[in-house]
Ligand binder design. Sequence first.
Ligand SMILES: NC(=O)c1ccc[n+]([C@@H]2O[C@H](COP(=O)([O-])OP(=O)(O)OC[C@H]3O[C@@H](n4cnc5c(N)ncnc54)[C@H](OP(=O)(O)O)[C@@H]3O)[C@@H](O)[C@H]2O)c1
Length: 255
Amino acid sequence: MTPTALITGASAGIGRATALELARLGYRVVVSARRDERLAELVAEIEAGAGAGGGAALALPADASDTAALDRVLADATDWCGGPPDVVVANAGHGLAGGVLSSDRARWEHMIQLNFLATTHLMRVAAQAMAGRDERPGVGRGDVVVLGSCVGVNVSPFSGMYGATKFAVGAAAEALRREVGGHGVRVTNVRPGIVISEFQDVAGYDAENFGKAIEKFGQPLQPDDVARTIGFVVSQPPHVHVNELTIRPVGQDYP
Ligand SMILES: NC(=O)c1ccc[n+]([C@@H]2O[C@H](COP(=O)([O-])OP(=O)(O)OC[C@H]3O[C@@H](n4cnc5c(N)ncnc54)[C@H](OP(=O)(O)O)[C@@H]3O)[C@@H](O)[C@H]2O)c1
């Protein structure tokens, strides 16, 4: 049976690259984000075989900060996949420039809602659905992958509140791993360092200062680098769990 995956935040960056990578690995993929025209382009690209495995794809536009919308996405994805998706990548999220004192206070609630509460909700309902189904040979019961961050381990004063959301979601991922591991469900926290994507603009980074700050790190990561890592994690045999993984540009010494 063809494996299936649901990826949130798939209209750009890491999520888009992950959808293409999983399609290349032979998954049927469900992609979600708010920008439906971007999703339609991605579906067309996958269907045209741009992710060398070719395969099928479905777009389910939704706001990932809305837990009811996430429930509908998971239900529709489950219908299309013929059961809970084998892999759910809880990737939708955004950054926020500045520390606890200097970040825009007006953006805290939404970021916490999206990066922590709604992401954890998706992880929970996906893991519940996976734990309740029969184990499939070679696939196990399923993978929940969340995008944490290296600032979710070593907090940076340049993105303090954002880092706090990644600490929180990392803690929830580890707690959930302990709850559902015994049922054959893997919960994995993938923690990237600096990846060049729309993330920097959305977070409100000053392009010149950011460019100077990361110059010394050498070549930064691209979304594809993280996507290959996620592909590696979910491709392990069912008895193997790479449950936390940090991926940085080689020269990124901090954070
Ligand atoms: N880039 C980095 O340096 C870096 C490092 C560590 C961790 N991460 C994490 O990796 C994940 C992906 O980041 P990225 O670099 O790929 O960022 P990105 O290029 O800005 O992509 C973010 C994706 O999330 C979606 N998204 C944002 N808000 C959403 C919402 N309310 N509802 C639905 N979808 C939403 C966006 O789609 P729409 O706008 O179309 O909704 C987009 O597809 C995030 O969780 C981020 O925190 C990134």
